[in-house]
Design a protein around this ligand. Sequence first.
Ligand code: HEC
Length: 294
Amino acid sequence: MGWFLRVGLLGVLPWVQPSLADEPGSAERGRVLFALAGGCGCHTAKDGPVGAGGGEVPTPFGKFYGTNITPDLETGVGAWSEEELIAAIRDGVARGKGVESPAMPYYWYSGMSDADVRDLVVYLRTLPPVRKENRPHEGELPFARLAYRLWRTLFAPRFERVRERPREPIARGRYWVDHVSLCADCHTPRNFLGAVRFDLYLAGTERGPGGDKVPNITPHETGIASWDEDDIVQLLRTGFTPEFDNVQGWMAEVVEGKGGGPGYRDVPEEELRAIARYLRTVKPVAHKVEAEED
Ligand code: HEC
């Protein structure tokens, strides 16, 4: 009887496991997502305040400044509904303005789960509201909104939308890398039209954001084949490579967070480990990233 009952229960367990998607949004879980997203650093200027806009995003199409995403009613997103915020993050549609520029990686976030994007929005609403006007983009194209719409139609990758993040560690690692932490966004090159080169997925680029070099992080000898899981976790925790170099620039910002906000180093180790495990399984790509010759 005992045996029968236990087997019976095991069969039922997957049914009774609570689904994140059915719970109300949580600011506490949202803060972990914000950390996993590297503190959404483009939306924070070097010295903060967190989320009040002003982070510089230099692109081949002009210099952009991250917008104010604090709940200030006039200069931030305080007047936006939950649906509007979610549409801005996953669909690239900004309330009252239309399609966002490709500088906002909404197409990667498009694969973020319903439960996670909702928790993230609940967290954003808990940021102290800051009154700070957005800075206009410099060197923006004429008919920019039309151009962004066209770009989205032609080049934005489309990802499957899920209700809930995957539970299995390697699948969850892929989910963080592609859709929340955006390792894939910075570490994958683009062509001259800004389309993602999936043939060089995670293989690094000479011209990353702001023209910085971004290393190959696939398990190839031109990448990080010699790193084990612990080395990757350590880098995400501390910013130190196995050679005790510490990473600089954009990578340092996503590890440390910006303006005093959270970054990868504040993420529970279990999730960093999922990222590391997944990275060890991606296709090794031969791609040596070298300094560009001027
Ligand atoms: C905003 C852009 C950006 C994001 C997001 C980003 N990286 Fe990086 N990453 C960089 C840059 C730039 C460097 C080079 C830093 C340096 O040279 O000091 C780097 C360096 C690294 C290195 C060191 C490689 C080496 O050979 O020294 C690893 C490993 C790494 N990143 C993994 C990741 C992982 C994993 C994620 C996601 C959890 C991630 N990165 C997200 C830009 C980014």
